[in-house]
Design a protein around this ligand. Sequence first.
Ligand SMILES: NC(=O)c1ccc[n+]([C@@H]2O[C@H](COP(=O)([O-])OP(=O)(O)OC[C@H]3O[C@@H](n4cnc5c(N)ncnc54)[C@H](O)[C@@H]3O)[C@@H](O)[C@H]2O)c1
Ligand SMILES: [Zn+2]
Length: 367
Amino acid sequence: MATIVSVPKTSSGDAYDILIEHDFAKLKDAIIKLGFSNKRFCIVTDSNVGPLYADKIVEELSSIAKEIKVLTLPAGEENKNLEQVQKVYEFLIENHFDRKDILFALGGGVIGDLTGFAAATYLRGIKFVQIPTTLLSQTDSSIGGKTGVDFNEYKNMVGAFYQPSLVYMNMSVLKTLSARQFASGMAEILKHGLIKDNSYYEWLINNFIEINDLEAEFLEKMIKRSCEIKAEVVSNDPKEQGERAILNFGHTVGHAIEKYMNFKLTHGECVALGMIAACWISYKRGMLDTEEFYEIRDMFLPFRLPLTLEDDADLDRIIEITKSDKKMESGHIKFILLKKPGKAYIDTSVTDDEMRDAVKQLILTDD
Ligand SMILES: NC(=O)c1ccc[n+]([C@@H]2O[C@H](COP(=O)([O-])OP(=O)(O)OC[C@H]3O[C@@H](n4cnc5c(N)ncnc54)[C@H](O)[C@@H]3O)[C@@H](O)[C@H]2O)c1
Ligand SMILES: [Zn+2]
């Protein structure tokens, strides 16, 4: 049974549907419904996902497309850059794509962000469809219209808010995803529960075995609920002027760790560590009790996420990177803290000492 989550029209774009399916069989009808038949389709994918799934998409769509082209880019965050966007432009120009034609992003967050940015900018904007294939992209990056690429050493430095026309996910592609990449997506999913819905969080931690085993019924319920939470937050605040920032829970320290570790940890692993640091501050301020703090921390483990950094990690360096994070607001770091499990808020009063103390907790190998 298919599940649909609708994202309403906002100041940053039209409404669109998120279809949560078990295969690619409904993609064709969804594309016809959008009025995209008889157009040229360009499927942008990466060197891991393309060989697995591009042929299947071509097969599904060939009877309704004027022409289908596949562009396969090298996989990996190091390729989320303007050079690859340029390859997309060149490919579209060589193949005579005009403003009525359609881009498809088939892959994880890297392909989604990059293809979305190409779609936002080619001929001042052409339509695009997200077909996210990682757990992270299915529940997070494909929703909300943030597109872009990294620039020099700066992550997501260049980009645009640009909404897709459709997000179509086939959950069965998660079977080929590595356990580590699955865990990376789980960090964002646990985050959704912690910031917005404690009963969802409790359900997640009570069902970690079924979830890690990719049991279809559990995956569907989880992906749907996470898409709903993400869709709700981004449609209340499409351009991140307020509430949307709660999605950055765990990301202030998380991004610093990501940089400090030179991207050797996955995004989700860093976000899990960042959430532990933010929860420590919430705990020290009396908003979480001891049991709540340790449960949140320890429950990252069964989802194969780290609780600590190596004990020789350089605390000063991590703090320095955290402070230079772009989410500074009038000199203060914007921290997302928990009022209680399931309720996050934006706090700009976190002191250097609190931050230091929180990151220090991650470096201690045991308590
Ligand atoms: N736009 C947003 O709102 C937003 C939100 C969160 C993250 N992001 C971005 O998302 C990116 C991370 O996304 P990601 O974690 O999906 O990484 P990714 O796109 O690099 O994918 C991870 C790896 O899994 C491979 N892969 C993807 N799907 C697969 C499948 N089904 N089977 C086998 N292998 C598969 C990819 O080739 C890649 O090697 C970052 O660049 C981050 O900045 C964007
Ligand atoms: Zn994230």
